[in-house]
Design a protein around this ligand. Structure first.
Ligand code: FES
Length: 149
C-alpha cells in the first residue's frame, strides 16, 4: 500500500485519532499489527501512525493488565504526602515496578502527572474510576477489592 496521505492534514489526523481509538477498543492495545492495519486503511506509513499514537497518553502501545493503576506524582499529590510513598507502597504490594504488569496479567502500575483531582490529593485511578484522599490503608483496601491478596 502506498503512502498517499499526510498526518499533518487536519482531516487525516482526525480520522487517524478515531481509527486508533477504535483499534484500541477492539484489540485492547495498539499492537504492531493494529498499527499496520490503521496505516493501510488510512494510506499512511506505520511510522506516521506509531508516532501519532505514542504522542497521546490515552493510547496503549503495549498490553496492559486487567486493571490499570495510575498513581499521580503531580505537585498537589506530592505535597499531600502521596506520590513516592504511594507508588512505592503499591509497587511493593503488587511486586512490580512502575510500567510493569503483574505476571498474572491482572495489574499494571503506571505513574502519571495529574489526574485532575488536585483538591482531593493524593489521588489514583484504576481503569476509569478515580480514587481520592488516598492513604496507605485505603490503598490496601482498594487493592483487596480488586482481588490483590
Ligand atoms: S497533582 Fe495529583 S491530581 Fe493533580
Amino acid at each position: 500500500m502506498s503512502v498517499t496521505n499526510h498526518v499533518h492534514d487536519p482531516r487525516t489526523r482526525a480520522k487517524l485519532l478515531a481509527a486508533l481509538y477504535l483499534a484500541q477498543e477492539q484489540y485492547g492495545w495498539l499492537s504492531p499489527d493494529a498499527i499496520q492495519r490503521v496505516a493501510n486503511r488510512l494510506e499512511l506509513s506505520p511510522g506516521q501512525v506509531y508516532t501519532t499514537a505514542s504522542f497521546y497518553s490515552m493510547f496503549k502501545l503495549k498490553p496492559y493488565g486487567k486493571y490499570l493503576v495510575q498513581v499521580c506524582e503531580g505537585l498537589s499529590c506530592y505535597l499531600a504526602g502521596g506520590a513516592e510513598p504511594i507508588i512505592e507502597h503499591i509497587a511493593r504490594r503488587l511486586k512490580i515496578k512502575p510500567g510493569e504488569t503483574t505476571p498474572n496479567g491482572k495489574f499494571t502500575l503506571e505513574v502519571v502527572q495529574c489526574l485532575a483531582a488536585c483538591g482531593t490529593a493524593p489521588a489514583l485511578r484504576i481503569n476509569d474510576e478515580l480514587y481520592e484522599n488516598m492513604t496507605l490503608e485505603s490503598i490496601d483496601e482498594l487493592l483487596a477489592r480488586f482481588g490483590q491478596v
